[in-house]
Ligand binder design. Sequence first.
Ligand code: GLA
Length: 844
Amino acid sequence: MHAARSRTLAVLALIPSLLISATAAPGAVRAGAAPDPPHAATAPGSTPRTLAPTPPMGFNNWNAFGCDVSETLIRETADVLVSSGLADAGYEYVNIDDCWSLRERGPDGRLVPDPVKFPNGIAGLADYVHGKGLKLGIYGDAGTATCAGYPGSLGHEMIDAQTWADWGVDYLKYDNCNNQGDGSQQDFVRRYTAMREALDATGRPIVYAICEWGQSQPWTWAADVGDLWRTTGDISDNWASLRSIIAQNAALAPYAGPGNWNDPDMLEIGNGGMSDLEYRTHMSMWAMMAAPLLIGTDLRTATPETLAILGNRDIIAIDQDRLGVQGAVVSDQGGLMVLDKPLAGGDRAIALYNSTDALATVSIPVRETGLRRAGAYRLRDVWTGQVTQAESVISAGVPAHGTVVYRVRPLADPAAVPPQVAVGGTLGNLIPGGLGDGTLVGTVTNRGVGALRDVRVTVSAPGGWTVDAIGDTRRRSLDSNASLKTTWTVRVPEQTTAGRYPIVVTADYRWGPRQRTTSTASTVVSVVITPPGPGRRHLSTVAPVSTGNREGPVETDQSNGGGADNDGNLITISGRVYHRGLGTTAPSELVYLLGGACTRLVTDVGIDDGSTSGTAPVTFTVYVDDTAVASSGPVSLGAAPVTLTADLTGALWLRLVTTGGDGGTGGAAHADWAAPILSCGDAGPDDPVLPTERTIYSFESGTEEFTVANPGSGGTVAQTSTFHTEGSHGLTVSTPKDGNWFGRTFAEPLDLSGADRLRFDARAGGLGTVGEIAVQVGPDFAWCQGGLWTWINPHASRTVTEEVSDLSCPAGVTLDLSQVRAVWIFLNGGGEVHVDNVRAEYPE
Ligand code: GLA
């Protein structure tokens, strides 16, 4: 045990990202206070800084490789940039991120490149990169240590800038971890200006990328300091991250211009966590937002599709347009956004972006854009190359998560150009076996000049499905800006499994003086829902057929916070904390398909302790089909949870309804269904609840030897009864500001085979924290960590989740979950954090 512990610590000392300061929390601060008028980029009479007249383009290793950076990687990437043609397309900077130096400065006080990773030093590498006609970037930090714990430049600005200049570095990304600051804007200005002055003093032109995650609103102060500034927390390779970053960065258009770019972070294109359609949205929106284009994938193994997205010259031309204007948001409704970007020469790029989960027709009248008035417009789709003409509205059927980008200009003679036709469609959820046929409504709109002739709409669905038209599907003539609406019944065969299925709506038509025939198609995604399988399971893991809520989305395993997804806290009713349940705002209704398969629902209900605006009593009622089978009666804020039990035998539908909650108080009451458990099939009351969990630390018998991994870095733990999500106790951790790992090694290896997630519940004190989970496995206690962390706001609570598939172990080690030697959680911020229920979760 003792030997194991010291080995643990030896391993830990090598682990990056131990030193994440409280302010390092991505997403902690939301960009977007009301914009002031933009600053002039330079004072009158002074020489403009022209190092980045258009947004920088290049590569950075962080998104694909993290700390695993080396001379070989950078050289090979430079080679591929040239051989693939990407360099010719404009990708110029090859940037090294964190972890390139030794842990200690040299005797002369200078940063020292890690000689194993960079045998020829940074200077040698710079020569190589310059020899390829490219430029080299490096990474530093405006704090005492970088985010991964390497030496920071705070207080060493002059010597570090000079070192980089001496090496021939052309670009500096300057990060914000361990910044020792007080969080004030003056502090950010001071730290980032110190490096500006140091770079200037070297006399070498070095692009300066400020990377403080938008925390001090650099767009309001950094125009004369940096060439670009990050506006958000770190991007990750998933749709939720992309969507949220677009929403934050799009609002900052007025602040961008030549030499002053908003930086919504590096590209994830090619990294595998999103579809190519989502990656095209990534590229499209970065170009529309005049964002830096820094490739973040392994170019040596990139697919042709990835290279085609990154190398699309038409989209790059929009990003790099010499006017240097970030596209303005000209419409933003219900998740559909339109951006308008003026281009040199008078064209405009118009992007139709659909962030919703269903096909949508996204439209903008030309008069709401900056295009000058004309009788017709030429639209060139920069992804398909297709050219169409529109009369007065720019519009398209845009798939879920997709973006259509047109390069638009006035068109004198539209007669020979095919008309722009928008095909849209809506379809509710489908249930197999005649229980829930769907109604598909297709809409075909002619946006071109001149009528369409002989319009014919057809729908194609997967094999075995039936699709029947209700009413007309043809029209002899469809005028400019007129629509043809068609209606269809869609029936799914009995044995269809739950999932998302494509249904294609196609319009065929003739147009123009020569009556040419063309067709336009869009894909409606249909969602097939089936009754839950046998067993007891958390209702929060069952997809509802429909939800209705007074305010914001119905939240899963948390209370309703505000209008956004995933912005609540752990469900808390009269002090009792639950890690499962559904957070609604009354009045609300959730409908589930049971299909006669289920027997029982047991749930606690109550008003969430976080319900500060809506405080009027709420009634919770469980309906099977149309009969109320259990009701709480009016429940008030602060009242203890009420337990409801409902017999569901034979029911086709389950409805959970809340009413009241708004009796004159103005706000919506946050009404929680806490830990609802649904029994189906022959499930007995003692069957395990799915998805099954195994508790690793419950803190019921004390601190359970839970301790700090690096004693030198500080932190203490104590058992508590004030916070727990199971049993009657949890743990209070007093965290050091720069954080520590907490946990313990096990006397015997723990077998967690088959688990797909590791989780714990936490409530932060007044300073907030990040939460992360790592494990040690095998005889060598190999350290496996995910690199992603979850930020918990001050006084907020959350379940922190680490997907096992996201854990990565050192080279040569496979993650053997049957041999888990330790489970650690990371906390920081310098305040108190309560935690409980560190557990493994198993898939169904
Ligand atoms: C921060 C930055 C990232 C990356 C890492 C490196 O999180 O925002 O882009 O540079 O640090 O540790």
